[in-house]
Design a protein around this ligand. Structure first.
Ligand code: SAM
Length: 292
């Protein structure tokens, strides 16, 4: 087996050889602990039949661990300075394709058709750039990209919000948007010391697995997310007060909003954080005809 990229010594050598300097604005915190990488990869349950999409390979620390277990890895890297580095560090592997692109701009469906035609499952595994964690996850979910799961490193605080349950402080529109599609759990907590440079915050690896069945039927998923977002604008306010200001047409429509609460059998004096996803779905369906 090739020598690991992610030891502190080898990473330093690679960075020096290529004269690479970190860009904080691109969320560049590279992993320098092979044990953490092994642990992340073990949660992805990779086999030769599995294709992996990685976001932000950096100098290839995680990429090579993925390539050793998966059939193929396609990695999106935004920073052109890393392309020659990756060509060098990943040269022992023939099952990796690096695409120089902002993943948020990528046509993922087309890439999957071209690169993963013969694969049984596709998973996303990544140490995400923290400044765009949520938009990246939501892109995969809203564009209905056919992945079976995601194993992703992020700020612990964001992982806590994604996995939060109703009635807790961390529960909000992000928990609802992601748990609508995926089962979410924290797979491991990761200390700052395994990165270079060290981030300011603690990190966590989140495991998302696609739900076999959606938790509720809604007329329009985007409208569900609009309603749930609008219900948390001011956490201390009742859901009725929040929706009166956040739904289109605002205060003039109090009667219609109250009628929707009645139809959904939900007390308008409750706060958003007490509603389950199923209740938000009922409310969103009841509001749909008047406010979508
Ligand atoms: N995977 C490497 C590791 O674990 O050591 C690097 C992870 S680092 C946290 C995030 C990487 O994502 C960086 O290489 C950065 O250049 C890249 N990146 C940042 N924004 C991106 C975007 N929008 N699309 C693709 N890559 C991005």
């Amino acid at each position: 087996m090739n020598k690991d990229i992610a030891t502190p010594k080898r990473t330093k050598e690679i960075l020096e050889k290529h004269g690479f300097s970190f860009k904080k604005s691109l969320g560049q915190n590279f992993l320098i602990d092979p044990n953490v990488l092994e642990n992340i990869v073990s949660h992805a349950e990779l086999t030769e039949q599995v294709g992996v999409i990685e976001i932000g390979p950096g100098i290839g620390a995680l990429t090579e661990h993925l390539a050793r277990k998966a059939g193929k890895v396609v990695a999106y890297e935004i920073d052109g300075r890393l392309l020659p580095v990756l060509e060098d560090t990943l040269s022992p592997y023939n099952n990796i394709k690096v695409i120089h692109q902002d993943v948020l701009e990528a046509n993922l469906k087309q890439m999957i058709d071209e690169e993963f035609k013969d694969f049984k499952d596709i998973v996303v595994v990544a140490n995400l750039p923290y400044y765009v964690t949520t938009p990246i996850i939501m892109k995969f979910l809203l564009e209905r990209i056919p992945i079976t799961g995601m194993i992703i490193m992020m700020q612990k605080e964001v992982a806590d919000r994604i996995t939060a349950l109703p009635g807790t402080k961390a529960y909000g529109s992000l928990s609802i948007a992601i748990q609508y599609y995926m089962d979410a759990s924290v797979a491991m907590i990761v200390p700052k010391t395994v990165f270079v440079p060290q981030p300011n915050v603690e990190s966590a690896v989140l495991k998302l697995t696609r739900k076999e069945q959606l938790p509720a039927k809604v007329n329009d998923e985007d409208f569900l997310f609009q309603v749930s977002k609008g219900s948390f604008v001011q956490r201390r306010k009742t859901i009725l007060n929040n929706l009166q200001t956040s739904l289109p047409d605002g205060k003039t429509k109090k009667e219609s909003i109250l009628a929707a609460f009645k139809e959904a059998d939900i007390d308008p004096r409750r706060r958003g954080e007490t509603l389950t996803i199923e209740e938000f779905a009922r409310l969103s369906n009841a509001l749909y005809s008047d406010f979508s």
